[in-house]
Ligand binder design. Sequence first.
Ligand code: ATP
Ligand code: NMN
Length: 180
Amino acid sequence: MAWRCRRALFMGRFQPFHLGHYNALKWIVERESEVVLAIGSAQYSHSLRNPFTVGERLEMVYAVLREEGLLDRVLVTVVPDTDGQHSLWVKLVVSFSPCFDVVYTNDPLSRMLFEEEGFKVESIPFYEREKYEGTRIRRLMAEGGDWAQYVPPAVAEVIRRIHGEQRVRSLFYLEAGGKN
Ligand SMILES: Nc1ncnc2c1ncn2[C@@H]1O[C@H](COP(=O)(O)OP(=O)(O)OP(=O)(O)O)[C@@H](O)[C@H]1O
Ligand SMILES: NC(=O)c1ccc[n+]([C@@H]2O[C@H](COP(=O)(O)O)[C@@H](O)[C@H]2O)c1
């Protein structure tokens, strides 16, 4: 592969940024000179799948990068979804992102779309996936469980400041049709 900029892309929704994402990021940073962390589904918020705004997710990511001294190795961008127009999405990612050569993702659709556009795609080893999964952590928030142990402390601080747990609980109630 001809390198253009020696940078890797790490894509995700990060709803919220949890310890699985943190371990994945550290693993990628060890293998690559620079990483572009791209926050996807940027236009979405206030749903159970995407409760946090892209601005709130940026706060979570920067809190971790600052705390871990990673600001000189990781660039951050945000990318909206193209909602079904999959053939346009990689072009949008490219235009919203600093240059990158290789993509790290476990999402099969993202892999297919990036490979079709000629990008090298790598899988990420899962870190204790039974614990560190966004869907599970959001459910714990909705049920008043101990979600904070599954995110970096700096992220827990952001979520508490924005009353994220209360929001997820309300969304759970709304999306269940006000029945639970
Ligand atoms: N525990 C984990 N270890 C390593 N990589 C992970 C882990 N959890 C998620 N990832 C990877 O991080 C990327 C971004 O994931 P994403 O933001 O969708 O989080 P998620 O935990 O899979 O959330 P959700 O359950 O909301 O879909 C994906 O490639 C995903 O496979
Ligand atoms: N057409 C599209 O908008 C399109 C296609 C594939 C992936 N994506 C996005 O890429 C990200 C993939 O990350 P996950 O690993 O979090 O699923 C998500 O934000 C997802 O919505 C968008």
